[in-house]
Design a protein around this ligand. Structure first.
Ligand code: SAM
Length: 211
């Protein structure tokens, strides 16, 4: 969900860097060929992720929740030369699609796509990370935050998507996803190990820097 008017978002997009041909192709083909295209980050958020990554210049980055590879390719734009982006997703079908796009990109040797349940894979990862993007199943968001925290370098950036959950986080909704996101947001707001800002960009993006 967008919390800013479509007209303002369109204006912002028109005044910002255009989508690359590959990202535009992923965006179009995902809308044509998949059942939940709104899971894809898209131009506004993707461009923002790319800028954050270019500022951070990660040696190692991690993405939890890849779908068709759009946000992964945005994050890859900021990797240092020979840097690595580890991507985890448990969907075999969309992983094939994402891997084909990665192969088409100049980052094919930098992106390592790992198939399986993220909570099983995260503890097996050797490197520490300068940037982590969490964008998978919402009910596990607190588990993901806790699982990655010790693997994030000092000054490293954790970005968490959908933390406003279409505005449901300020309602009394009792579903598991809303309640997990409410608890996560509270936990981060009180976490004195980090500097954080929840941004009302798209469906809510939490930016968290480890002290
Ligand atoms: C919102 S989509 C990711 C969108 C992508 N980051 C983008 O912006 O284009 C969420 C993805 O998380 C994956 N996912 C859900 N639960 C998972 C789990 N337990 N382990 C790994 N991946 C999971 C889904 O298969 C789906 O592809």
């Amino acid at each position: 969900m967008d919390f800013i008017s479509k007209e303002i978002i369109d204006y912002c997009l028109n005044m910002s860097s255009a989508e690359s041909d590959l990202l535009n192709k992923i965006n179009r083909q995902t809308h044509l060929n998949t059942t939940q295209p709104r899971m894809l980050s898209g131009h506004l958020q993707g461009n923002f992720l790319s800028i954050l990554s270019k500022l951070k210049q990660p040696v190692n980055a991690l993405e939890i929740g890849v779908f068709t590879g759009y946000s992964a390719l945005c994050i890859a734009e900021g990797l240092t030369q020979n840097g690595s982006l580890y991507c985890i997703d448990n969907n075999e079908e969309t992983n094939l699609i994402a891997q084909n796009y990665f192969n088409e990109s100049k980052f094919k040797n930098n992106i390592k796509l790992l198939q399986g349940n993220a909570l099983d894979i995260i503890p097996t990862l050797k490197p520490n990370f300068d940037l982590v993007f969490i964008d998978a199943d919402k009910k596990n968001y607190i588990n993901y935050y806790n699982a990655v925290f010790d693997k994030v370098n000092k000054g490293g950036l954790i970005i968490i998507d959908n933390v406003l959950w279409s505005g449901k986080v300020i309602t009394n909704a009792k579903d598991e996803e809303t309640q997990t996101l409410q608890q996560l947001n509270l936990l981060i707001s009180k976490d004195n190990r980090v500097k954080s800002q929840l941004l009302p960009l798209r469906d809510g993006l939490f930016l968290i820097v480890k002290n």
